[in-house]
Design a protein around this ligand. Structure first.
Ligand code: FES
Length: 174
């Protein structure tokens, strides 16, 4: 379930990050600074790993818009994370065609294998997983993607999930 994580932890944006904000904002006409919201949220997420309420409020302050305008956008697009996430987020398509060929079983298996529920983070910080809507690979389900490169893994089975997690654990050590 999607929820805005409440945090009291103050967030500070570095001068370097603000400079990137300024660069993005300068691409839009005066008075249309709200148009810079999506790329600025991406910059914040790249810096902090996810979007806390405190960070979103600060973005609202920077763009001189209402906090709710930032929440509306951040909660609409699934590429924004409103809670801490693992280094690797396994996003499983949970739309009808993939469910017909076992997507729900793959999600159950991920929960069992990783020992965390949807949206939670493994103790080593490496993994989280979640269901997402159609990934446009409907003929190759069950399918999952892993950002930020959005690599696809298709025709998933328990064995291929085992191999994927093993490979990512190896990669994650580096
Ligand atoms: S339904 Fe799963 S990729 Fe389209």
């Amino acid at each position: 379930m999607l929820r805005v994580e409440e945090t009291q932890a103050p967030v500070e944006f570095s001068p370097e990050l603000i400079s990137k904000f300024d660069d993005v904002k300068s691409r839009y006409p005066a008075g249309k600074q709200k148009s810079a919201l999506l790329p600025i949220l991406h910059l914040v997420q790249a810096e902090f790993g996810w979007l806390s309420a405190a960070a979103m409020d600060k973005v609202a302050g920077y763009l001189q818009i209402q906090d709710i305008e930032v929440y509306e956008v951040a909660t609409f697009y699934s590429m924004y994370f409103l809670n801490p996430k693992g280094k690797y987020v396994l996003e499983v398509c949970r739309t009808g065609p993939c469910c017909l060929v076992g997507a729900e079983k793959i999600m159950d298996y991920l929960e069992e294998k990783l020992g965390v529920k949807e949206g939670e983070v493994t103790a080593d910080g490496l993994f989280s997983w979640r269901g997402v809507e159609c990934l446009a690979a409907c003929g190759f389900g069950p399918v999952l993607q892993i950002g930020p490169e959005y690599t696809f893994y298709e025709n998933l089975t328990k064995d291929s999930v085992d191999k994927l997690i093993k490979d990512l654990k190896e990669k994650g050590k580096n």
